[in-house]
Every structure is written in C-alpha cells, then in structure tokens.
Design a protein around this ligand. Structure first.
Ligand SMILES: [Zn+2]
Length: 365
C-alpha cells in the first residue's frame, strides 16, 4: 500500500513538473521593422557610410565606427552586445553559419508579422492592406488561457496591426497608429502621451506613429496594468531604410536598443517580472545587401531579404550568446516558442499548421 501511494505521489509530482516546466511567467516581444542582421552582427557598414546614403559621415563615424565588427556592433546596440550576448541568445549570424529566416515568400511586413504570430506563413497573406487576418495568432490564444485573460496587450506604431491580429475577432487590447490610449486606469501620463502624439510631426504619414510614443505608452501600460504578455512593435528602422537615410537608420536602431535596455532594467525592479520574464526581439523581414542600394528594399525581388535574426533573454533560455550551430530557424517557429515558454501548446482553433517551438530557446534542448 505504501509503495503504491509513493508511486502515485511520484507520478503526481511528475505531472506537476511537466505542467510547470518553465520559469517564464511573462513574455515581452519587441519587433524592429526591417532591421537587418548585417547591422546587428557587423555594426555600421563602411560601404554605406561612404556612400550617398550617409549625409554626415564624420558624425556617424564618431558615434558608430570602430575597426572591428565586434566593437562596432557594441557601439550601435549596447544592450544587445552586453546584456543579451552575455545572458541570452542571438540567432542569425550567417558569418558563423547560423541562419534565421522568414518562411513566407514575400519578405514584407504583413506576411512577416502574420508568420511570427500565427506560426503559419500563409501564402494568402500577400498584402499590407488592413485585411482582417483569418488565422488565429498566439497572442489571441494566450488571451483565452486561464490567468491570461485581458493580460495580453499590444502597442504598435503601424496602424495595420488591428487587422494583422484581427482585433475584432481576437478581442486583444491593442493600441496602434495615432489612436489615443484609453482604459480604466487612465492617469496624467497616459493623457499627456495621448496629447503629445497629435502634436509631434507625423513624419511617416497618418498610419505610422513615432516609435517613442508607442514605446512610452507601452511602458506606462506595463507599469499600470502589469500584463503577462506584451507586444511592442516599432517601425522607424524600416521607414529610414526606405528613405535611404543610413544615418537615421542607425540612429533609430541605437535609440530602440536604449528602449530595450530601459525596459529590461524596469522588469528587474518589479516583483511580477523579475527573473520570470522572457524578452524576445526580432524583425518582420530582412533587406537586400548587394548591390549596395538594395539595403533600402525588401520583398520577393530583393535577394536575401528573407534573411533575418532574433534575440532572446529570459530565465528558461540558456545563456549561450551567439548561436554558432549550422542550423536554420524560421519565424514561423516563434509563435509556438512563445506558447511553450509559458507552458502552453499553441493549437489554433481553425487548425492551421504551426511551426515547431525552438527547443534551444525554451531550454528543452
Ligand atoms: Zn518596408
């Protein structure tokens, strides 16, 4: 009898361990639209600095130039190359033979974000128009799980996200474009940011908000509402690349690295988040590389723009730094990876295919 109850206890404990195999209780996802793996791993590019795409070469050299790629990338992205390189993982360093890619054939934004969040590189999603996405995404799935209801929030600069994440169906808390934030915990800061966003110049048109507003709103939301899943979507790296402005492309990347650093520092001061939060940073597509002017573009006709990267730091992710294995990860794997980090198996209701979780991230391999 005693033996049987011990066995029962062991099985029960085993099951409990399986259900709570991760330390991650919260996930934060940040995307830098169209930011290239080339700058992530090499830092500023000398050919681009010495081209027509950089107006003030001396200024850029002062801020971002050093002889070795290792020094340059640290000047450009100090958070990535101090915190994440030491305590997290970085994928997509093709110089070392590790590849990260989008699986969709289009290499632009809507198909890219659809792939990341639904896990399904649906060939029907060949548009940047605000067409409601028929596919269920992992944020929507998580929002339906016990303990996550209304604890999943999204802040985006680009106005198309309500369609990409199908807010009408998913019911996600989502603030995008130049929409004012509204919620039960309104305060002075939310009101000020709402006011400010209509006063700063709309540099990228009516459907793309300046990233610093999106970031500040998300940060205040984090403090006031304590979501368990937060997605912050930033866009200026892509806008500056399309504009052919390498100076501002680098400066935006550097600024956004600063946002990430501030965000991570804040998480370490909060009991809900400290030691229990995984941060995943990635992009929706790559850009061209050769000929030189192709850095501005991406898409099916722009060679190598499927090449991407992602970075992750959190309590379940072994701190292996730059991944050097000759493997390829795809962005269609990120949705299931996010679910697994929180102890779930992402099974979309309509049953579309979902890429496998990346086990080197979730700590199961
Ligand atoms: Zn673009």
């Amino acid at each position: 009898m005693k033996k049987i109850s011990l066995l029962f206890l062991a099985v029960a404990m085993g099951l409990q361990l399986m259900a709570q195999q991760t330390k991650t209780q919260n996930v934060i996802i940040v995307t830098l639209d169209g930011f290239r793996w080339e700058e992530l791993y090499h830092g500023a590019d000398s050919a681009l600095i010495n081209s027509k795409f950089t107006d003030d070469k001396a200024d850029i050299n002062k801020h971002f130039w050093a002889v070795t790629p290792g020094e340059r990338r640290k000047m450009l992205l100090p958070f990535f190359w101090t915190e994440i390189a030491a305590q997290g993982q970085l994928y997509g360093d093709r110089d070392l033979g590790n590849k990260d890619e989008v699986a969709n054939p289009y290499h632009f934004s809507y198909p890219g974000y659809n792939e990341i969040f639904t896990g399904f590189p649906d060939v029907r999603m060949n548009t940047n128009d605000p067409i409601p996405n028929p596919n269920m995404n992992v944020l929507e799935f998580l929002n339906k799980q016990k303990g996550f209801e209304n604890k999943v929030a999204v802040f985006t600069s680009w106005q198309v996200f309500p369609a990409i994440l199908n807010v009408k169906r998913s019911g996600l808390i989502l603030n995008s474009g130049y929409t004012d934030f509204n919620g039960p915990k309104m305060n002075e800061r939310f009101r000020y940011l709402n006011e400010l966003q209509h006063k700063v110049p709309a540099l990228y048109g009516d459907d793309v908000r300046l990233d610093f507003i999106t970031y500040e709103l998300s940060k205040e939301y984090l403090k006031q509402y304590k979501p368990r899943v937060l997605y912050l979507s930033l866009g200026e790296t892509d806008d500056m690349a399309h504009a052919g402005n390498y100076t501002m492309y680098l400066r935006e990347a550097h600024t956004e690295d600063g946002f990430l650093s501030e965000l991570w520092r804040y998480l370490q001061t909060d009991e809900q988040y400290k030691g229990k939060t995984t941060l995943i940073i990635t992009c929706d597509h790559g850009r061209g590389d050769v000929p030189l002017e192709n850095w501005r573009d991406h898409g099916t006709d722009t060679k190598n723009s499927e090449q991407t990267w992602f970075a992750v730091i959190g309590p379940d992710t072994p701190p292996t730094g730059i991944i050097k294995t000759p493997t390829t990860t795809y962005h269609k794997q990120l949705a299931q990876t996010i679910a697994k980090l929180l102890g779930f198996d992402f099974k979309p209701e309509a049953g579309h295919e979902v890429g496998d979780a990346i086990e080197s991230v979730t700590g199961s391999k």
